[in-house]
Design a protein around this ligand. Structure first.
Ligand code: PEP
Ligand code: MG
Length: 893
């Protein structure tokens, strides 16, 4: 028989799939005897069954009743009993933590009778009415679907009426009045009364948690984090303990290390006389854990002990939520804590030093995306005046943007391409879309564990919290002292320092970037990154090369650790002043003209290649023959036509060169140039072009060889669809190589290979490999031609709609489509190697620097990936991680 409910004492972390992360962790704390309020977990399987069948799974309510009875027996109190009732919390807990995504209900079990019993038993009427109003608020919004803002407004109205600055200024009578107001609101909004039966409350709360799995916020979060929709959530039902029973009680959040910097040492926030939700919501300003040591040294010492145990058990940074009830410490939950990218690297290295994990495990715990974030610039504040505001450095990085005051405006402006900074008093899960759209989040209230801080850190978005600014959402402005900042004003937010500046502050390079540029290895973060890179390079099977077209790029790529160039796009060398030479070649009337134009280009190309081969001396340098349609090197047809028409309209004779150009451009015009005369096709129909390029390469090799270098040029033919194309082109390439060898007396051997960027090439790879010494997947074109998506048009046109509809989770131009493009790639790898076992295979599309795609290329047994120089460190790190078992590209904690 399927079992849907587990007592906390029964589970462990192996059951995380079934019990969710929170349930499994509660079990892990309960078993060694930590003070965890007793409870039970309803499994994810029950949730899945409920969501699939649309009704409660058979036997679930009986199982819940049985476990509830055991809880009641152990506590000596019953749920809903009129005097001193047992109260419960009901929380979601999915397999992967989804902060703020799912709903929590506290104080479940209270009703009109039991609230009086609770008042008597606790000796505090205020506490009892406060608990009841919290239940009404959470149950009303989460289970009964009342807009949470309705309750907030009623609370604010009452506070205003009473002149209360803080919730704590409301007394028992006020809160009991608020309870009446809330009950009436629920009736008005839903047409039904708040259920007084505690069994009904429990049943409906569990089902509401199940349903919140499919809530909009949860779905947005899952899509972003690549969490499968089918997992479902578990529900944790736990005995309530109270942090709001007076000054010897309180709630807190603690980390075993600083989740922002990774620095060792206890770190967290504590809020006396409050429940846990108040800490996270940032309603009042918290005190630090060090202050708790003064307030309650015994609980603090116990907390420290438990945290040390947890960190050693999980061998990682843990965060916990705890409550102190009348001086007694309760551990409410723990998990391996979220952290910034900086902290991830620092903690991983420190845990190795402390002997808790090995270097391979340390590498598993950092990510390429995290590394990319650390390579971001920071502000150079030397030249900017005083900071406008100071807050908590909640999520590092530097961002500049226009101030906006709500999520919708953030989304609207960001959609129009503007950089925005979302400013709120504090954020709630409803702000998620705006937080995703914003470059930075700035709040007036809340601590490092507030919603804004936790979510922004998880997303890698810059965040400053609790900046003490006066936010007036209705007037769409905030003020700091005398300064008024209206919506649309540009500010600079430094999430590493916690400062905000008016205007756009200049950006300064990151330490990590400096390390990659110069090798300068400083203690702390840079040292931790350097160690992770070394570990990655030691284990990686995939080599990382760079896409580089200039000697400068090649030099940088080498500094960043590239083991060669995987793609040198030679057409980039035809731009600028040289465009006229290309123009002359295109317009050539006869053989002599064309030869003259080509020979003018030859020395320039040769010079380029000499520079690049010198920068990459001793490492393979794959030079691709010209790829784009030639009219890209000519002026635009409409520009020319307009110029000629305007001249004619003035009664003048148009410039004959313009007329000639227009005729050429019109002749060459293509409706779909990406599918037209480009790639190998150009080489086959434009006489002399390939020969000139190959000669330039060969002569550069000769020059470098004579200079004592070790040039390793490889020649790559683009957009091949049929082996015959490659055969003809290759014959020409080899003819020129032989000619230059003979002329110079220096033997020039360049492997000749092809790009695989058309489905036909992938499907006929066995034949193509007969003529190719290497394959390099052009996954940009391969994605374009496999999906039939114009790579220049579709992302802006409709990809956001496709992402919303879940057709794909990420743009296939960013992350390789494993099922379609990936399948073609695998076919080509298998067939290519079957025909030529020593075939070298790489990839040089944008995907070469994308973490998820790098893992796929590793699995597909490619030899190398090639990406832009700045992505080289990311690709190196992920290549190393891909070689470790059980590592996923986005395994960040
Ligand atoms: C590709 O198509 O993936 C590729 C690298 O070539 P380009 O982007 O220059 O078309
Ligand atoms: Mg291409």
């Amino acid at each position: 028989m399927v079992r849907y409910v587990y007592d906390f004492a029964e589970g462990d972390s192996d059951l995380a799939g079934l019990l969710g992360g929170k349930g499994a962790n509660l079990a892990e704390m309960t078993r060694p005897g930590m003070p965890v309020p007793p409870g039970f977990t309803v499994t994810t399987e029950a949730c899945r069954s409920y969501l699939t069948c649309g009704r409660e799974p058979h036997g679930l309510s009986e199982e819940i009743s049985e476990h509830l009875t055991s809880l009641e027996n152990a506590a000596g109190r019953r749920l809903g009993q009129p005097n001193g009732p047992l109260l419960l919390s009901v929380r979601s807990g999915a397999r992967f933590s989804m902060p703020g995504m799912m709903e929590t209900i506290l104080d479940l079990g209270l009703g009109d009778d039991s609230v009086l019993g609770l008042a008597k038993k606790s000796g505090s009427e205020r506490f009892a009415w406060d608990s009841y109003r919290r239940l009404l608020q959470m149950f009303g919004s989460t289970v009964m679907g009342v807009d949470g803002g309705v309750f907030e407004s009623a609370l604010s109205d009452l506070k205003r009426l009473r002149g209360a600055a803080d919730d704590l200024d409301l007394d028992a009578a006020d809160l009991s009045e608020l309870v009446e107001t809330y009950k009436n609101l629920i009736r008005e909004e839903t047409g039904e009364d708040f259920p007084q039966s505690s069994d009904e409350q429990l049943r409906r709360a569990v089902l509401a948690v199940f349903e919140s799995w499919n809530g909009e916020r949860a779905r947005i979060y899952r899509r972003r984090e690549h969490i499968a929709d089918g997992l479902g959530t578990a529900v944790n039902v736990q005995t309530m303990v109270f942090g709001n029973l007076g000054s010897d009680s309180g709630s807190g959040v603690a980390f075993t290390r600083d989740p922002a910097t990774g620095r060792a040492g206890l770190y967290g926030d504590y809020l006396p006389n409050a429940q846990g939700e108040d800490v996270v919501a940032g309603i009042r300003d918290t005190v630090s854990l060090a202050d708790l040591e003064d307030l309650d040294p015994v609980s603090y010492a116990q907390l420290r002990g438990h945290m040390r145990t947890l960190e050693r058990h999980y061998r990682d940074l843990c965060d916990i939520e705890f409550t102190i009830e009348h001086g007694r410490l309760w551990m409410l939950q723990t998990r391996v804590g979220k952290r910034t990218s900086e902290a991830a690297f620092v903690i991983a290295a420190e845990l190795v030093d402390e002997g808790l994990i090995d270097p391979a495990e340390a590498l598993r715990r950092v990510t390429g995306d995290g590394l990319a974030r650390l390579m971001f610039a920071r502000f150079d504040t030397s030249g900017v005046g005083e900071a406008l505001a100071h807050g908590l450095p909640a999520s590092p990085g530097a961002a500049v943007g226009a101030v906006v005051f709500d999520s919708a405006e953030a989304v609207r402006r960001a959609g129009a391409g503007e950089h925005v900074v979302l400013v709120r008093q504090e954020t709630t899960p409803d702000d998620l879309a705006g937080m995703i759209a914003a470059r930075a989040v700035l709040t007036s209230h809340g601590g490092n564990t507030s919603h804004a801080a936790v979510v922004a850190r998880g997303m890698g978005t810059v965040c400053v919290c609790g900046a003490g600014i006066a936010v007036d959402i209705a007037a769409r402005r905030f003020t700091v002292g005398d300064t008024v900042v209206e919506e649309g004003t540009v500010v600079s937010v430094d999430g590493s320092e916690g400062t905000v500046y008016l205007g756009a502050a200049p950006l300064a390079e990151s330490d990590v970037m400096r390390y990659f540029e110069s090798g300068e290895r400083t203690a702390g973060l840079v040292e931790s990154v350097a160690r992770a890179m070394e570990q990655a390079d030691r284990g990686a099977r995939l080599e990382v090369r760079a896409n580089a077209d200039t000697p400068q790029d090649a030099v940088r790529a080498r500094r960043f650790g590239a083991r060669g160039i995987g793609l040198c796009r030679t057409e980039h060398m035809f731009l600028g002043e040289r465009r006229e030479l290309v123009e002359a070649m295109i317009l050539a009337r006869d053989e002599t003209d064309r030869k003259r134009a080509l020979s003018a280009l030859l020395p320039l190309q040769r010079g380029d290649f000499i520079g690049i081969l010198e920068a990459m001396d001793g490492l393979p340098t794959t030079i691709r023959l010209i790829d784009p349609p030639l009219h890209e090197f000519l002026p635009h047809r409409t520009d020319l036509a307009v110029r000629i028409a305007a001249t004619e309209a003035r009664g003048e004779r148009p410039d004959p060169h313009d007329v000639e150009l227009l005729a050429a451009v019109s002749r060459m015009h293509e409706e779909n140039p990406m599918l037209g005369l480009r790639g190998v096709r150009l080489g086959l129909v434009v006489p002399g072009l390939v020969a000139m390029q190959v000669r330039a390469i060969a002569e550069a090799v000769v020059a470098r060889t004579r200079a004592g270098g070790s040039p390793e040029a490889e020649i790559m033919v683009p957009l091949v669809g049929a082996v015959e194309e490659l055969r003809i082109e290759r014959t020409e390439v080899e003819r020129v190589l032989a000619q230059v060898s003979e002329e110079t007396g220096v033997p020039v051997h360049c492997p000749v290979g092809t790009m695989i960027e058309l489905p036909r090439a992938a499907l006929t790879a066995r034949r193509i490999a007969e003529e190719a010494e290497f394959f390099s997947f052009g996954t940009n074109d391969l994605t374009q031609t496999t999906w039939g998506f114009s790579r220049d048009d579709v992302e802006a046109a409709f990809f956001s709609a496709y992402l919303d509809k879940g057709i794909f989770a990420a743009s296939p131009f960013e992350t390789l489509d494993r099922d379609g493009v990936g399948r073609l790639l695998r076919i080509a790898v298998d067939e290519g190697r079957a025909a030529r076992p020593d075939l070298k295979i790489g990839v040089c599309g944008e995907h070469g620097g994308d973490p998820d795609s790098v893992h796929f290329f590793h699995e597909a047994e490619l030899d190398y990936v090639s990406c832009s120089p700045f992505r080289v460190p990311v690709a190196r790190l992920e290549a190393g991680r891909a070689a470790l078992s059980g590592t996923r590209p986005n395994d960040s904690k």
